[in-house]
Design a binder for this molecule. Structure first.
Ligand SMILES: [Zn+2]
Length: 484
């Protein structure tokens, strides 16, 4: 906000002050015009000079409804969502560019589990995407319970079907393949409905396929309590190479066009869900921000990127940095939004940047009263490939509540409303506005050593990228390859 006096661009000056010099609405003052200290935090009242909100939650929610359908990376539906984003950008007066890249995708994934001995029972299951196919008649094998999938339990597994309460991390996946396990059945946590997620491509490209399926917690418990010894696992899906895409819309800076602040949100989802929190809501949030900056040209360049195929293993953001090796030095900062809009929820900021940004956001969160939990931490999303290229970032998210259903059919619009899209969206817009229009850019281009280490670990263990110590025998903590 302090930056406002330093702005030279007259057009911007008048426009931006409309956003920042919020007039106190009457409800916040008593009849003598004094501030009422006990006023409720009011997220609905602030307006632009022309009477329009800088961030309109209703408008964001309307757009979110348009894109709330399954948008798996590489599918026709992802393409349809991309076209809706392009259309909305055109309506704002921005030209979106599509950048295509190749992904592994899948369709019609099905799975079933049948207990054969010492009793017979059919168990509902869902397939892990890109985990391969069993023969159509299924794979029959002795079942071997391997706890959370830690390598410690992966002994004597040749010809067996693993039963695990967690995803197999890279080392476990590799060990399972090398020691000849036939497949894996993963028990979901209690109360968790079927998840529709996939194996990261680096896992199977390096070590091959391990046909895998999820079963519900109660069913897993029953298998163990009843001593199931032999099961039949069937997994079928159509796996293919396909085109996925990022959508890029840029608003050139009026004073420092070569300094880029990337505002990102992935727009793909997992199959069989609206993907409303994750990340239709983030996609709608940055659209609203694009609308604001199109009308209020920033000092530095703001580049909006809707990333594709995040859920397939951060493929879109990896393609983005790969294509722009030479331009990475111009990327000053990334603002990422991944999971938003929940009526019930908690706002958080995961900071992959110097400490002062963490402190600044902590103060700003308290000043605005949005209950922002700020931590210095990596976030499982598109900030990782950027962080690997030394681009500092903050990822905003609104977790808890309905976001519990991430990557499941329950991630739907019924948990979301305009008010809570606006609550966090306005905060992110205000923070971004301060950053892009700052007198002196306040963040050095450096990432704390502990965060750098976590980024490397994430790339190697969660995504399965070959690392330096790749040849060494390592302990695996059963790392989770879920992305938000
Ligand atoms: Zn996500």
């Amino acid at each position: 906000m302090a930056a406002e006096q330093t702005r030279k661009n007259q057009a911007r000056e008048s426009a931006s002050s409309t956003f920042e010099s919020k007039k106190e609405p009457d409800s916040k003052r008593d009849s003598n015009g004094k501030r009422n200290p006990d006023r409720e935090v009011d997220f609905d009242s602030e307006a632009d000079l022309d009477g329009k909100k800088a961030f309109d939650g209703e408008r964001a929610f309307t757009f979110l409804k348009k894109i709330s359908f399954p948008r798996l990376g590489g599918s026709r539906d992802e393409e349809r969502a991309a076209n809706l984003i392009l259309g909305e950008l055109a309506a704002i007066g921005l030209k979106g560019e599509i950048e295509e890249f190749d992904v592994w995708t899948y369709a019609n994934a099905q799975a079933s589990v049948e207990v054969l001995e010492p009793y017979r029972a059919a168990v509902q299951a869902s397939a892990v995407g890109l985990s391969g196919n069993t023969p159509v008649e299924g794979l029959i094998g002795e079942v071997k319970y391997v706890e959370s999938g830690s390598p410690d339990f992966l002994q004597c597994i040749e010809g067996k079907i693993l039963l695990s309460s967690g995803h197999l991390g890279l080392e476990s996946f590799k060990k399972a393949r090398e020691k000849g396990a036939l497949g894996a059945i993963i028990i979901l946590p209690p109360a968790r409905d079927f998840m529709h997620i996939s194996t990261p491509p680096d896992y199977f490209e390096r070590f091959g396929k391990l046909p895998s399926a999820f079963i519900r917690y109660e069913d897993g418990l029953a298998l163990l309590k009843n001593g199931a010894t032999k099961v039949k696992l069937t997994v079928t899906q159509e796996e293919s190479r396909a085109k996925s895409r990022n959508i890029i819309a840029e608003i050139r800076g009026t004073e420092a066009p070569d300094e880029i602040i990337l505002v990102g949100a992935h727009f793909d989802s997992v199959p069989l869900t609206q993907g409303a929190h994750d990340n239709g809501a983030g996609s709608a949030t940055i659209m609203e921000m694009a609308r604001y900056f199109a009308a209020h040209p920033p000092k530095r360049t703001v580049r909006f990127v809707w990333f594709g195929s995040e859920e397939l293993g951060l493929i879109g953001s990896q393609a983005y940095v790969e294509k722009r090796k030479d331009e990475m030095k111009d990327h000053k900062f990334m603002v990422n939004i991944d999971v938003a809009g929940g009526i019930i929820g908690t706002n958080s900021a995961s900071v992959m940047a110097p400490d002062k940004i963490m402190h600044y956001l902590d103060v700003m969160g308290k000043v605005k009263g949005i209950g922002l939990n700020v931590r210095q931490s990596i976030y499982s999303g598109d900030c990782i490939p950027l962080g690997d290229k030394e681009v500092p970032s903050v990822t905003f998210a609104r977790g808890g509540g309905g976001a519990f259903h991430l990557h499941s059919p329950g991630d739907s619009l019924e948990h979301i409303d305009a008010k809570h899209l606006e609550m966090l969206g306005r905060f992110i817009l205000e923070f971004t506005d301060e950053m892009v229009n700052s007198a002196v850019f306040p963040v050095e281009k450096e990432i704390p050593a502990s965060i750098k280490k976590s980024v490397k670990e994430y790339l190697e263990k969660s995504l399965g990228k070959p690392g330096k110590e790749d040849q060494e025998e390592k302990k695996d903590d059963g790392g989770c390859y879920l992305t938000a």
